[in-house]
Design a protein around this ligand. Structure first.
Ligand code: DC
Length: 221
């Protein structure tokens, strides 16, 4: 099986780029952020403090998270319910960043991610795929862009979707806070693996980033 690991901060374009490439290569695209988001949604549903490891550990004992691929498209299930759409709010984003710092949450989700990689050719995106989840991935990419550029893209995406509730400044602040939390946690912090190729998408169009990464994959395989 072939695994391409794509790690990087929020808003670098990982999911859009990885989805496009997965389609071209006929690989399965796995968005691991959705798993942390599902845990976050459960935390919010239960009113559990996202930093209270003991309470979260108890909650996880009664939590079932599954990934299913329907026509090649990932759906995430929380206790049997498809929550793929409900996990895309900024409240869930921020809570996901908090719960993902807990070792108990990371180990709870580890085997699920590794099992998918055992059975399929995949492009998997996240924060620790190249460093922790799949250290033997054949290709590792670290995808990044300036915080301002990532905030601008997210702001434009929201505008296109008709969502005008968040200003550019608020989005930038959220992104900077999540960057800090994701890269300063003790367990599996966001960092570039030693053998990952760095790709900065700040000045690239989607097509240019896709081409760059396909060239890296072709060279490695
Ligand atoms: O990629 P995303 O924005 O959907 O991820 C949501 C949060 O989950 C992010 O702030 C950090 C966390 N995460 C993680 O710690 N490890 C991963 N492999 C993927 C996401």
């Amino acid at each position: 099986m072939i695994a391409v690991a794509i790690d990087g901060p929020a808003g670098a374009g990982k999911s859009t780029i990885a989805k496009t490439i997965a389609k071209k290569l006929a690989y399965i695209y796995v968005d691991t952020g959705a798993l942390y988001r599902a845990v976050a949604l459960n935390t919010l549903h239960n009113g559990t403090d996202p930093s209270d490891e003991e309470k979260i550990a108890n909650m996880l004992k009664k939590t079932c998270i599954e990934l299913k691929f329907i026509d090649g498209v990932q759906r995430v299930f929380l206790n049997g319910e498809d929550v793929s759409d409900n996990i895309r709010t900024s409240e869930v984003s921020m809570t996901a960043s908090k719960v993902s710092a807990l070792p108990i949450v990371r180990s709870f989700l580890l085997d699920l991610q590794r099992d998918i990689a055992k059975k399929n050719n995949i492009l998997m995106d996240g924060r620790d795929i190249g460093t922790v989840v799949l250290p033997n991935a054949q290709v590792k990419i670290f995808l990044t862009a300036s915080a301002e550029c990532r905030a601008k893209r997210r702001y434009n995406d929201y505008l296109v979707a008709g969502n005008t509730t968040e200003s550019y400044e608020e989005i930038l602040k959220d992104i900077q806070q999540r960057d800090y939390q994701d890269s300063h946690r003790t367990t599996a912090p966001l960092r570039q693996a030693d053998d990952a190729v760095l790709v900065d998408t700040s000045d690239d169009t989607l097509e240019q980033s896709v081409e760059k990464i396909i060239a890296i994959i072709s060279k490695k395989l």
